[in-house]
Design a protein around this ligand. Sequence first.
Ligand code: GDP
Ligand code: MG
Length: 591
Amino acid sequence: MAGKEKSVRDFTIPETITVGDLANRMAERTADVIKELMKLGVMASATQSIDADTAELVVTEMGHRYNRVSEADVEDILIETEDDNPEDFTARAPVVTIMGHVDHGKTSLLDALRSTDVAGGESGGITQHIGAYSVTRPNGVITFLDTPGHEAFTSMRERGANVTDIVVIVVAADDGIMPQTIEAINHATSASVPIIVAINKIDTAAADAHRIQTQLLEHGVQTEHFGGDVLCVEVSAKKHLHLDKLEDAILLQADMLELQANPKATPSGTIVESQLERGRGAVATVLMQRGTIKIGQIFVAGQQWGKVRAIINDRGENMKAAGPSMPVEILGWNATPESGDDFRVVASEATAREITEYRTRKALNDRNTVSAKGSVDDIFAQIKQGQIKELPLILKADAHGSVEAIKGALAKFDNDEVKVRIVHSGTGGITESDVSLAASVNGLIFGFNVRANIKAREKADHNQQDIRYYSIIYDLIDDVKGLLSGMLAPEVSEDLIGYATIRQVFKVSKLGNIAGCYVTDGMVKRGAPVRILRDDVIIYEGALKQLKREKDDVQEVKNTYECGMMFENYDDIKEGDVIECFERIETKRQL
Ligand code: GDP
Ligand code: MG
């Protein structure tokens, strides 16, 4: 290339960059960059990414200058931030999640509300379930998230996605406030999302709406009827009664919230759900939050990216564009994103690749580094350093009385510098939803005479959250006291050594019931202290009196083996009960 002046370029190198983009930034031919790379022993095509160290060598070799960017800056540089022009803001539809106890009518209500859509009737389009839908009313539009359940709500929030503007809590008028109603109230309250109460099934003879409102008051939900500001509507999902009143209440609440968005901003939103479909490839429902998405735009969401090939609304209609608060299916992904992922339009395919590759590497790194968020040690350290003034707790216990007793005792610490805040409490085993809620508030989970179910345990393990078990109130209070004063981290006073499940109960006259068990975890030992769990609640604590393999007495039985068990002074056992075997740790805490 004699006679041709080569211009030296200055530019930044992110942590990863595609070969093509690097060539672009240097104003060099891609083929030349590939050649340079080959000299370094790196075989890469134009669309493949190389890391910054390699890029640096190539850039120097080709006579250009560069700046290195730290890992953390990558997203900032690639995703440009913009200032909204205040005049561009327009009102947007409220996004509503329906929660409540099982069988109180969430699904029925979602179906009933959907049928009130005035726009849907005209188009004659086939309604399809895409995880969310919009209802157009004469006085406004409402978007409903169509995946009821607290798990969906909280797991999205746990990931930082606050998409819900209003929570509608459904309570069956013939049933009343139930555990999941309380859970719903606590989930919504801890997310600071306003509640509207829908008292459902008012068509039934046993309906008593007044009683429901009184019960709600006991749980801190003060409806207008009782001088509060929580809107409350009586409906029948089955008979389609007063659905318009509920929608009016939602729109009224939305007005008070003054919900707005900028439809001219760079389009962004949140993934509601996604799946791989035959013939269509990866499909994801995106709830748009800012800007207006259009065909052909390049986007990223979590670790995935793509180019908008089609935009389809909840009636199955193809759209050219979709604005804030609209739920739409988007086609054109490289792979399926996860619900709760952030969706955003970016400038180019190269940018999309850089961001998603960076995120993939970061995720891999994060998986290998211990963050220990939500662990006792982490929270203890934060209290000690005066970083937190509040200890959020999720408390599950075997009986209502235990919950009340523990809450009462904890409330007495109220004048301490660090306070206990019970985010949620209830009876029964610890569920996945409890674990999500704890993660979203960075709190601890305490089980009193209850255990976590398998899914909850797996989730907590994955998040490295601690679940603390107690069977003596004094121990629980003592540990909290220690935590709050920054003096003592709770100590484990026992070692769980194994679990077994009762597969069959054998009645033997004179002897009583013998448990035919299968050891599922660790081992069980004769004479060791054991607990029997039924539906994750402790029903017995005592000792393992007898342990047999076939006909022989044995000292211990390991994981994956069958055995027979008898317990001291107890034989009221059932198939499906779980045996927890443990050892007491004798070391006394030093004060
Ligand atoms: P979900 O578990 O909260 O989703 O509750 P479903 O929507 O599945 O409803 C549970 C049961 O209650 C079903 O048998 C419904 O038919 C019934 N149901 C729902 N809404 C009403 C209502 O307004 N009136 C009456 N009588 N039954 C209802
Ligand atoms: Mg349902």
